[in-house]
Design a protein around this ligand. Structure first.
Ligand SMILES: [Zn+2]
Length: 152
């Protein structure tokens, strides 16, 4: 069951944390190399903090995508399909469907602008934040295209 804000508004970091906590997960932020998700009970999610706000939001949203969709056998490694579903859930979390419907402006550039406006000011240069925003925007557009909308 998705949280009330999902697809409706741009979530805050607190929204993401509250959702994970509500599902029983412990969520910790630290200067670690990359995000980690332990599915053992209680689930534990570790999120790196040193890569900026957008990277933090994306990493947590991705792991929450696993948490709320993938409850396979303990210790089972994630499959490629799981990663796709986690990325899809996360992209739809960070770029809400209601806002796309409202503005009718689905494009990679507009999605990057929305991410920049809501999560982290992304400079118009080749950098980690912009590359990440591009990746998220592409995942979001893939979901729309898969639904048959906005094929222009
Ligand atoms: Zn993953």
């Amino acid at each position: 069951m998705n949280p009330g804000w999902y697809g409706q508004k741009y979530p805050t970091l607190d929204d993401l944390v509250d959702f994970g906590s509500g599902l029983g997960a412990d969520i910790c932020f630290d200067r670690i190399v990359s995000a980690v998700y332990f599915a053992e009970a209680p689930p534990l999610i570790l999120i790196p903090v040193q890569h900026g706000s957008l990277a933090t939001m994306w990493a947590l949203a991705h792991e929450l995508g696993h948490l709320c969709q993938h409850s396979g056998p303990k210790g089972r490694p994630f499959w490629g399909k799981d990663e796709y579903q986690a990325n899809k859930w996360a992209a739809c979390a960070l770029i809400p469907e209601a806002r796309i419907q409202l503005h009718q402006n689905a494009s990679v550039d507009n999605f990057i602008a929305a991410l920049s406006a809501n999560y982290e000011d992304i400079p118009p240069i080749d950098c980690h934040a912009r590359n990440l925003a591009y990746k998220i925007a592409c995942h979001r557009l893939d979901v729309l295209n898969a639904k048959g909308f906005y094929s222009h």
